[in-house]
Design a protein around this ligand. Structure first.
Ligand code: SF4
Length: 139
């Protein structure tokens, strides 16, 4: 639980930095429709553990095309969503800040993994949803 709390504290810091950068969201929902917009959401096994602990149930198998937690253009896993979801906005004026926030906190997540003796595993979202055993143990 200590690791889970540390990851949630890290997310709170990420949220504050994103808010300070002030990206514009037009609620297009494109951030979560991966195939349609040509991107892939990667996350670590640490983030997967936090996501899977609190996300709603979903149907298997999960495809690489979109996130099963997006409903009516809204995220139904908002509290435990991973770093990439928290940082991603399509606002063109925010992309440099997004890159800086991501790099800084990925480094912190890797440091947390090291501190807890957990091997770092980084993969697309559908991998962890289809193989929840690949998520780190945070207990
Ligand atoms: S977890 Fe939420 S924000 Fe992240 S891709 Fe899924 S629906 Fe979108």
């Amino acid at each position: 639980m200590e690791l889970q709390r540390q990851i949630l504290d890290l997310y709170a810091a990420v949220d504050r930095e994103v808010a300070a950068a002030g990206p514009v969201c037009v609620a297009s929902g494109r951030c979560c429709r991966f195939k349609e917009w040509g991107h892939t959401l990667f996350l670590s096994n640490l983030e997967a553990a936090v996501l899977l602990a609190d996300a709603p149930a979903y149907e298997l198998p999960v495809s690489a095309d979109f996130c099963p937690f997006q409903k009516d253009k809204l995220c139904t896993a908002r509290e435990p969503r991973p770093l990439g979801c928290r940082v991603y906005f399509c606002d063109p004026n925010y992309q440099l800040a997004a890159q800086q926030i991501t790099e800084k906190h990925l480094r912190h997540l890797k440091d947390l993994a090291d501190a807890h003796g957990i091997a770092w595993h980084y993969a697309p979202l559908h991998h962890f949803l289809n193989h929840p055993e690949a998520a780190a143990s945070t207990t």
